[in-house]
Design a protein around this ligand. Structure first.
Ligand SMILES: [Zn+2]
Length: 178
């Protein structure tokens, strides 16, 4: 049976269950200071980059506007440009850190698109390697995931830090980009 490429079907965000009733987990990450713990690896003025806690592939990231909306048309020009520029930096950082053969990137908009969080826009950026759909396992061991995520976080963070126009906080958290 051919494996379907559908990373949004396994989207899962850390601490989702710890915030059962007070709204949007992406807004919580946008406002929280615990970037390393939350896997927020970079921030711009109006958006941030979050590593998926349950990656389809290593380096599976989401580029997320700070603004809480599920409507693409709600973003103003500054928000759109900031989000696009951060997405470009994310491609560059993942390229440097992980040397993939390519990327899939995209948004899931609306109830019918299959995303698990549909009220706060997020662009998936998924590094791809030749043949990865053939060996990509269903990951079941949480300790392995966390270990791999921490390693990925450090590698991607370092790649962001090496880009021009960035500031690197001493607390080990998200790289701040222009
Ligand atoms: Zn939100």
């Amino acid at each position: 049976m051919r494996q379907v490429f559908a990373p949004w079907r396994i989207e899962w965000v850390r601490r989702d269950e710890e915030r059962p009733d007070d709204g949007c987990v992406f807004c919580a990450f946008a406002e929280d200071d615990a970037d390393r713990e939350n896997l927020v690896v970079a921030r711009s003025e109006r958006a941030f980059v979050l590593l998926n806690n349950y990656p389809y592939n290593p380096g599976h990231a989401m580029v997320i506007p700070d603004a809480h909306t599920g409507e693409y048309g709600d973003l103003d020009d500054e928000q759109l440009l900031d989000h696009a520029r951060l997405k470009r930096r994310t491609f560059d950082a993942l390229e440097t850190a992980l040397e993939p053969d390519g990327f899939n990137a995209g948004l899931n908009l609306g109830d019918g698109a299959g995303g698990s969080i549909d009220d706060h826009l997020h662009t998936h950026v998924v590094p791809r390697w030749e043949g990865d759909t053939n060996f990509m396992p269903v990951i079941g061991d949480t300790s392995v995931i966390v270990e791999a995520l921490e390693d990925t976080y450090d590698r991607v963070r370092e790649a962001f830090a090496d880009q021009d126009g960035t500031a690197v906080p001493e607390d080990g958290g998200a790289v701040v980009v222009e």
